[in-house]
Design a binder for this molecule. Structure first.
Ligand code: N01
Length: 536
């Protein structure tokens, strides 16, 4: 399908927005299928999340032998991950290697954002415009814009007056920031802050952590890659990947699935089992008992164990108390750390309770409860307008000029998280209504990429021009997503899953919580002739 300058009314088969792991895989897949494609990326290189979030301590919390592409056997055989959980520089260099190895960069325009994408019903084309003033017409528009890509700007009163330097973890400079001899303040104690704080503490003269809400965190127990383990996986990588696709979260978790519920065992055994999960580290903790994440009693037992752990690690009782979360485990995305709680035992680290809010930023620091904390550098790790933020920032209009952000004003509505009714030939990779951020992202991105690629090839083979989610498929899907979410405890407090961290944003849990049934449904839909989609 080489249609550049064609007479069919479009310049290119597909526009892909974003060159993170999703956009790169999509470009490669489309080229493999001989579609013409152009990808636009706001950054100056590939890598998405791993391009922007280059703050000290940034590291993946899914094992890298799994958080990696599987489309090329040669690639997965050749690449060696040096640690169980790779650090950001290694993941970024992997993305760059993939881009070079598969000539993906040839199709990417960097330093360029898509500002609008309007559907032209007459020609069944997407009219796309960039912030560089370029316009082009594409048959398909594929949003690979990421779930955590729209950073929340720090909007603290007085920030402009601050005489020192400030940084945002999600827009970290490419040059190293030197904290030596500096008084540093970190605002935010989510996954990002919890990774950055121990590393910054090692360099800074004084570190003040401004905590609004304490968080649960479990040690990663990261270690150098075990070469025997790596060799075993590489001996039959394809089978390992195939097995993982059948597992919850699309990930092999090295933990025996416990058929027991929390209170099926006595207190002593319960403690021993929690202890074993803690020592194993990573996300095993939440699978200690069958009901750890699903019932209030099970959750409370796990939460209490984790609060006790904080008390054991942190020497100062008042600081330990302040660090203990009051919410239940999992209603904010649990964190995985290296030496986070132990960092508060350092003489140069102070925890500042800003649960009543940061009053203002002054020329010389941050003021909380009338007390000014003097700082040379402030690091904001204050999170994202997740899942819909980046999509809503693009002027996307479907049939009859309907704006996607208006359709989604009360929460995103999409079928399988792949398409939204009224927006033909527009796809979202890991979009709202798919399992996305509750899975191991790279394999589940590839599942979407393959689904979309195969779908476009099917349309071409069948001489069809459009595919569009049907309203009567989308509505029950949205209800199903909500019903599944209601069976968990994850919507129980303000978090970025639900939009609860963004003022004025509609509160919805737009993530399908069961990867296994989701993948089966996607396959079933295709087997039934793209059931729930209108093909035209
Ligand atoms: O963002 P967050 P994040 N005044 O929203 C605080 C993924 N990730 O960047 O809880 C004071 O979780 C806010 O406080 P509160 C992962 O999925 C993965 O840390 O809203 N504080 C919170 O403490 C993760 O969940 C990896 O009360 C303010 C923090 O800022 C997701 O990204 C690594 C404030 C924001 O936490 C997002 O994590 C890193 C204010 N005005 C991230 N506004 C790995 O794979 C916000 N806060 C390892």
């Amino acid at each position: 399908m080489n249609n550049a300058g064609n007479t069919a009314g479009y310049d290119i088969d597909a526009v892909v927005v974003g060159a993170g792991f999703a956009g790169m895989a999509m470009v490669r897949k489309l080229r493999e299928l001989d579609f013409t494609v152009r990808c636009f990326e706001h950054g100056s290189d590939v890598g998405g999340t791993w391009y922007w979030n280059r703050y000290p301590g940034a590291r993946c919390d899914a094992p890298s032998m799994q958080y990696s592409y599987q489309f090329s056997e040669e690639l997965q055989q050749d690449w060696h991950w040096t640690e169980i959980y790779a650090a950001q520089p290694e993941i970024l260099s992997y993305a760059q290697h993939v881009a070079d190895r598969f000539s993906i960069r040839d199709h990417i325009t960097f330093n360029t954002s898509i500002t609008q994408a309007h559907y032209d019903e007459k020609t069944a084309c997407w009219e796309v415009e960039t912030d560089a003033g370029e316009s082009l017409r594409a048959r398909f528009c594929i949003m690979a814009t990421g779930n955590l890509s729209s950073r929340l700007k720090p909007n603290f009163e007085g920030l402009d007056d601050f005489a020192g330097s400030w940084y945002q973890t999600s827009n970290w400079p490419h040059e190293q920031v030197d904290f030596t001899g500096k008084r540093v303040g970190v605002v935010g104690t989510g996954s990002t802050g919890i990774q950055a704080i121990p590393v910054i503490a090692e360099q800074a003269k004084q570190l003040s952590v401004f905590q609004r809400t304490p968080q649960f965190s479990v040690p990663a127990n990261n270690a150098p890659q075990d070469l025997e383990y790596e060799a075993n996986i590489k001996a039959d990588y394809a089978n390992f990947r195939a097995q993982n696709y059948t597992k919850p979260l699309a990930m092999a978790i090295d933990v025996k699935r416990n058929p027991l519920k929390t209170f099926d065992v006595d207190e002593h055994e319960r403690r021993e089992r929690f202890e074993a999960s803690w020592n194993q580290g990573g996300i095993a903790m939440q699978f200690t008992f069958r009901d750890s994440a699903t019932t209030m009693e099970g959750n409370e037992a796990l939460s209490d164990y984790l609060r006790d752990k904080i008390g054991e690690i942190v020497a100062d009782p008042a600081t330990a108390e302040l660090l203990k979360p009051k919410h239940i485990f999992g209603c904010k995305r649990p964190c995985i750390d290296t030496d986070y709680f132990a960092t508060y035992n350092r003489d140069n680290v102070t925890l500042v309770d800003c649960s009543a809010g940061i009053e203002r930023i002054t020329a010389s620091g941050i003021q909380v409860d009338g007390v000014e904390h003097e700082l040379d550098i402030i690091v904001f790790a204050t999170g994202f307008d997740a899942i819909t933020g980046t999509l809503n920032n693009i002027d996307i209009r479907g049939r009859r000029g309907l704006a996607l952000k208006d359709k989604w004003a009360d929460g995103p509505r999409a079928y399988l998280g792949l398409q939204s009714a009224g927006f033909p030939n527009l796809f979202t990779i890991s979009g709202p209504g798919s399992p996305s951020v509750l899975t191991n992202m790279v394999p589940t991105i590839e599942q979407h990429v393959n689904w979309i690629g195969d779908c476009l090839a099917h349309l071409r083979d069948a001489a069809l021009a459009t595919i569009e989610a049907r309203q009567d498929a989308e509505d029950p899907w949205v209800e199903r997503v909500q019903a599944l979410a209601d069976s968990t405890l994850w919507g129980a407090c303000d978090n970025w899953y639900t939009g609860g961290n963004v003022a004025g944003k509609a509160r919805v849990f737009p993530i399908y919580v069961d990867w296994v049934s989701y993948r089966e449904k996607c396959e079933e839909v295709v087997a039934n002739g793209y059931e729930g989609f209108a093909l035209g």
